[in-house]
Design a protein around this ligand. Structure first.
Ligand SMILES: Cc1cc2nc3c(=O)[nH]c(=O)nc-3n(C[C@H](O)[C@H](O)[C@H](O)COP(=O)(O)OP(=O)(O)OC[C@H]3O[C@@H](n4cnc5c(N)ncnc54)[C@H](O)[C@@H]3O)c2cc1C
Ligand code: FES
Length: 255
């Protein structure tokens, strides 16, 4: 069953990303997601970028369904199902480093707010960086990276993470969400540096609640067993970083 909620605020985060706020009383925790639908689109998964009573989704326009969401105005209704999945375990460490890549930043922002942990936000260019001003209100140490060096560290979040770990030597857990290739290299870096991690992964989703099998990855359902997976779970995955499934369930190489 989905709930109908009305949009009470819209924030333009960047040239292609918008945040839609709505009041929804369901309890949710950082890292969980919802299934979102409006007439004229397929239902799609979106992380909650706010998990309080006022909630939000942050949508990057990449295709027809996200385009449909970008056309919404204040007061428009949207249908929301969830919240679903396992979020981040924020109690596991007091020495966390939180990392958001691209629109994946939206998924880690509730964890940033709740913990105030040191944070890295990365993107291709300064125009693609989102939610850095929000993060800056909650954390003492916020670092930005861009692939083209237009703002902050010139390079990717994994390179910056390695630098910060070597400088500080105080982290024992990385929490992250971002493109799979980024998370793959982040996972490898965590293995090399002997740091624990929790990574939020993405797969094509239809039901969002463990029924259809559409999001299966190495025998696990990303919607129900994830989307946040532990380092130990990831260490047993063969598909992570190498292959995904399309909307018909066909295996597709990521490289
Ligand atoms: C758990 C989870 C959380 C997500 N959170 C966010 C978020 O906070 N913000 C955000 O902008 N995007 C998020 N996404 C991705 C978002 O669901 C896709 O960008 C969106 O579905 C694209 O739809 P489209 O029709 O606009 O693009 P299309 O052109 O249809 O698809 C573009 C690409 O988006 C992905 N995609 C399409 N449909 C789905 C689907 N049903 N399930 C999963 N991936 C799909 C595929 O990789 C596809 O190649 C999340 C995905 C998952 C699985
Ligand atoms: S989306 Fe249906 S089982 Fe995960």
């Amino acid at each position: 069953m989905s709930d109908s909620v009305r949009i009470i605020d819209i924030v333009n985060d960047s040239h292609d990303t918008k945040t839609f706020e709505f009041q929804w009383d369901e309890r949710a925790s950082p890292g969980q997601f919802v299934m979102v639908w409006v007439p004229g689109m397929e239902e799609i998964p979106m992380s909650l970028s706010k998990t309080t009573r006022i909630k939000s989704i942050t949508v990057k326009k990449i295709g027809k369904d996200t385009q449909k969401l970008h056309e919404l105005s204040l007061g428009d209704p949207i249908r929301i199902r969830g919240p679903y999945g396992k979020g981040f375990d924020l109690k596991k460490s007091k020495r966390m480093l939180i990392i958001g890549g691209g629109v994946g930043t939206a998924s880690v922002i509730p964890a940033v707010k709740e913990t105030g942990a040191d944070t890295i936000i990365g993107a291709r260019t300064d125009k693609d960086i989102i939610m850095d001003e929000i993060a800056a209100r909650y954390v003492k140490n916020l670092w930005i990276s861009t692939d083209d060096g237009s703002i902050g560290f010139h390079g990717n979040v994994v390179q910056l993470m390695k630098e910060k770990v070597q400088e500080n030597n105080r982290y024992d857990m990385v929490l992250a969400c971002g493109p799979e290739v980024m998370q793959y290299h982040l996972y490898k870096a965590c293995v090399d540096l002997n740091i624990d991690c929790q990574l939020s992964l993405e797969r094509h989703m239809k039901c969002g609640m463990g029924v259809c099998g559409c999001c299966v990855m190495d025998g696990m359902r990303v919607c129900r067993d994830g989307p946040v997976f532990t380092k130990e779970q990831i260490s047993k995955m063969n598909e992570f970083g190498f292959s995904t499934r399309d909307e018909c369930g066909r295996l597709v190489n990521l490289r």
